[in-house]
Write a protein that binds this ligand. Structure first.
Ligand code: AHM
Ligand code: MG
Length: 335
């Protein structure tokens, strides 16, 4: 078993030897993602010095004005992954169509969906941002993947991870046998295992939600938050704390380290879109990680990883974290 201080390369290689189904190709593919994230970490760290802050002139498929770094980090991911021979196609938050592998490069057996810079509204205020990714198998016999080939439930993911560019840069990974956290040692240029076997406590007294949307939420969501706010004076008979970083990567990292519930519910501003967060490259990979750490992840009505995707940029409500709290929110939706 890998020990504290093991490098991510050694860790992934040892996992490959331990678990049936892990392949050398997966090991090499993860190394490519690690390289891309190191480069993004460097760029995020030097945003101010290199003049990379602020908005670009374009919008992404979500109709959101892109930050300069959204575009740059998307290019870093594509440039690091499109020649390696591991992927048959890619999907990115920043690009409307799926991204094909150039004709002069070999194609691999996997598909990747990623958000190159999650929480990018935080870039200019020097708060944590991150990269999220989800890896699926390319259906057998498919050499020219289309959107249809990406339409696999979250339960089909073979690997998911995210990187947080915060006070330190951290990579959180699951390949379906637990969750492990690595910290980038920038002196050596290597991610080091610092948080083995991360688990989420079943109970929590901390919630994360954008309270400014309260009046737009459905009744079960308002009920849950009302009860948290009533604290010891209400039916829960305990006080709750609240956090909202507006970076899913930072919120999920906090939930993984000390428990909590993170919620981006459906609200009647976003009901036609289905929610705010995107299924394929935000909700599904985070759900895989959270469930592997002993937590739960739901829309309130169904398990996120069992949703049949209908589009690469599909949005869903997200309620994830400490098991007992998520179960409570689900029960409020049922009643
Ligand atoms: P992004 O991928 O465009 O950065 O959007 C996703 C982010 C999440 O990281 C975060 O939880 C949420 O948007 C914050 O939204 P809001 O600004 O509405 O609070
Ligand atoms: Mg995002």
């Amino acid at each position: 078993m890998s020990k504290l201080g093991t490098s991510i390369t050694q860790f992934i290689t040892e996992q490959q030897r331990t678990y049936a189904g892990s392949t050398a190709e997966m090991t090499s593919l993860l190394s490519d993602i690690v390289s891309a994230c190191k480069q993004i970490s460097h760029l995020v760290n030097r945003t101010g010095i290199m003049g990379l802050g602020g908005y670009a002139e374009s919008e992404n498929i979500q109709g959101e004005v892109q930050k300069k770094l959204d575009i740059i980090t998307n290019d870093v991911m594509v440039d690091h992954l499109n020649w390696t021979g591991h992927f048959a196609a890619m999907a990115s938050e920043e690009i409307e169509e799926i991204i094909q592998i150039p004709d002069d490069q070999p194609k691999g057996q996997y598909l990747i969906a990623f958000d190159p810079l999650d929480g990018s509204s935080n870039i200019d205020i020097n708060l944590s941002v991150g990269t999220i990714f989800s890896i699926l198998r390319c259906p057998e016999g498919i050499t020219e993947p289309t959107v249809k080939d990406f339409m696999q439930k979250g339960t089909e993911q073979v690997c998911a991870g995210f990187c947080v560019y915060g006070p330190s840069t951290m990579m959180i990974l699951t390949t379906g046998s637990g969750v492990n956290g690595f910290t980038l040692d920038s002196h050596v240029g290597e991610f080091i295992l610092t948080h083995p076997n991360m688990t989420i406590p079943e109970d929590t007294a901390e919630f994360a939600i954008n309270m400014s949307n309260y009046r737009f939420w459905e009744q079960p969501m308002q009920r849950y938050i009302d009860e948290c706010i009533e604290g010891v004076d209400g039916s829960r008979e305990k006080n709750f704390n609240m956090r909202w970083v507006a970076s899913m990567v930072a919120e999920v990292y906090r939930v993984l380290t000390r428990g909590g519930i993170f919620i981006y519910p459906i609200d009647n501003k976003a009901s036609t879109q289905g929610g705010k967060l995107r299924l394929m490259y935000e909700a599904n990979p985070m759900s895989f990680i959270v469930e592997q750490a002993g937590g739960l992840s739901s829309t309130g009505r169904e398990r996120i990883m069992e949703i049949q995707p209908e589009g690469v940029h599909q949005r869903v409500p997200v309620i994830l974290g400490s098991k007992n709290e998520v179960e409570r929110v689900i029960s409020y939706h049922k009643s």
